[in-house]
Write a protein that binds this ligand. Structure first.
Ligand SMILES: [Zn+2]
Ligand SMILES: [Zn+2]
Length: 522
């Protein structure tokens, strides 16, 4: 077995208190002895973020580009797990044997440099996985998606199975070149003369950082990094020669000294509105290093990923409130997508000309749309398989077919508690939406007679001081419920108390708060 990426998800609004969402590792644990390696297509969190969790339990080497390994490394190191893996860097176009696998690494352009598509040369033909990719004929580093080699493979061996990124399968047309952002940034810097400029983007988007820095340097500014991951990634990319900012023009935010604000460009994290990020703190006037106000231009060189629109909106609002000028992707073309749109997806389908096709990476509807594009390109409908998490596919002489699925749910991680299960999450949702009602009652163990209470305590159901009559009725219903119990052991009594109170609450208020019965024996 070889793993292709090991990423995580960020929680959705219906996952209260959850910091991260990991894939369920059950099946990998059961097959630990068979895992040869994990290949990392690129350095984004949704592709490398779960390694620092999986490596706690399992041990295997990692293959990827030098930059991808560098980005993945810091988290693994923080978790103290570097000794459980081996980082093996591979070059563009390299082909190597990993266990029984013959793997070729093909360059693709994306919103983090040095991503790979991977071609697995197998006895059943070539399986080509696109990774996250787009077509950009003028990328900032000149490293284009290697369509020529893909065409070569298609000609020589044929592509038996293609798996391709579906993120933008609903978007018509072609994604714009990253370079177009550079032109817009230069105009914005020209217009922001006399102002401090603060630009936020993903800390892994090295090409965007380069273009912000280029525009700043051109206008006589110095560049200051703000945010831990921004500082770390800028250092990493400069060490690898992937980012060009002269040493004497680059500062950490803490070392700016008395350089005039209008000579400074701050490159910051927080473009997704993350609550504790540098930018969100600025919007609330709470950033340690920067007080934003009139005289500042803030550029959000990003687009909110689905689910983050609200928090990004709040940050933009906060920045306006303190008087800053804010430029975001809704106002100017300060961002382009890193994922292929329909015309690009069709180009790859046409060049790879696969026998079988599995759309990957996206919500279910994106996979369906990507499948439709393939049909429009002439692929047989029954040669396209839209899959769910956990689906197991087998490629054999007879073609591609689904086998029994393997376990592949979500694992919710709460920073303090550790792994929390579905049960905990369900409880949190009930508490958040319906509140809690606790009933405490003292009972004589022999007779089953109520000797104290019932006392009812509630949070989030009704405001108790104004609901005395309702609570009085509730107490009476609990007493009546207990009287119906045919046994006097605490579990039976609790069950009766819960049932009686739950029914009453729902009957009278149409709510279903969490009911917690406490039975004290005397
Ligand atoms: Zn990506
Ligand atoms: Zn991705």
């Amino acid at each position: 077995m070889v793993l292709l990426d090991c990423g995580l998800m960020f929680p959705e609004p219906d996952m209260p208190g959850v910091d991260l969402v990991l894939p369920d590792f059950t099946w990998l644990r059961e097959n630990a002895a068979r895992i040869e390696a994990c290949i990392l297509t690129h350095g984004h969190e949704d592709h490398v973020g779960a390694l620092s969790f999986l490596l706690r339990e399992l041990s295997f080497p990692l293959y990827g580009s030098e930059l991808t390994l560098g980005l993945a490394r810091s988290r693994i190191e923080e978790a103290g797990l570097l000794d459980r893996t081996q980082l093996i860097a591979v070059d563009d176009g390299e082909r190597r044997r990993i266990g029984p696998f013959d793997v070729e690494f093909l360059p693709v352009t994306h919103s983090v440099p040095h991503g790979f598509a991977t071609a697995f040369h197998t006895p059943q033909g070539v399986i080509l996985h696109s990774g996250d990719w787009k077509l950009d004929l003028t990328p900032v580093d000149g490293r284009v998606t290697d369509l020529a080699r893909i065409g070569g493979i298609a000609d020589e061996e044929g592509v038996r199975l293609l798996l391709s990124d579906s993120t933008n399968a609903e978007e018509a047309g072609h994604s714009r070149s990253e370079r177009t952002v550079g032109e817009v940034l230069r105009d914005l810097f020209a217009g922001a003369r006399g102002q401090r400029v603060i630009a936020a983007c993903f800390a892994s988007h090295i090409h965007r950082i380069q273009q912000i820095a280029d525009a700043a340097l051109e206008h006589g500014r110095v560049v200051a990094t703000l945010g831990l991951s921004m500082r770390r990634n800028v250092r990493l990319a400069r060490d690898m020669g992937l980012l060009r900012i002269p040493e004497d023009r680059l500062f950490d935010i803490a070392d700016l000294g008395d350089i005039a604000p209008e000579r400074v460009c701050v490159i910051s994290t927080g473009s997704q509105g993350e609550p504790m990020s540098a930018l969100a703190l600025m919007a609330h006037g709470e950033n340690r290093w920067i007080k934003v106000g009139p005289g500042d231009t803030v550029i959000l060189s990003s687009h909110p990923i689905p689910g983050n629109e609200n928090s990004v909106g709040k940050v933009i609002d906060g920045l306006h409130r303190v008087g800053a000028d804010v430029v975001h992707s809704g106002l100017a073309a300060v961002h382009v997508s890193g994922h292929a749109m329909q015309e690009e997806l069709k180009t790859l389908l046409s060049i790879a000309d696969p026998e079988w096709f599995v759309p990957v990476h996206g919500e279910h509807r994106h996979l369906v749309h990507h499948g439709r594009l393939a049909v429009a390109m002439g692929l047989d409908e029954d040669h396209i398989l839209v899959c769910d998490d956990g689906d197991q596919l087998e490629l054999s002489d007879g073609g591609l077919r689904k086998l029994e699925p393997v376990p592949a749910g979500y694992l919710y991680v709460d920073g303090v508690v550790g792994d929390v299960g579905h049960g905990v999450l369900r409880d949190r949702r009930v508490l958040a939406e319906e509140g809690v009602v606790v009933v405490v009652v003292g009972v004589d163990v022999r007779s089953g007679e109520v000797i104290s209470g019932p006392e009812i305590i509630t949070r989030g159901w009704v405001h108790a001081p104004e609901a005395e009559d309702l609570l009085e009725e509730a107490r009476a219903r609990v007493v009546a419920g207990l009287a119906e119990a045919d046994d006097t052991d605490p579990e039976t009594l609790k069950r009766h108390a819960r049932r009686a109170l739950g029914a009453f609450v729902h009957e009278r208020t149409r709510r279903r708060p969490m009911i917690v019965p406490v039975v004290m024996e005397a």
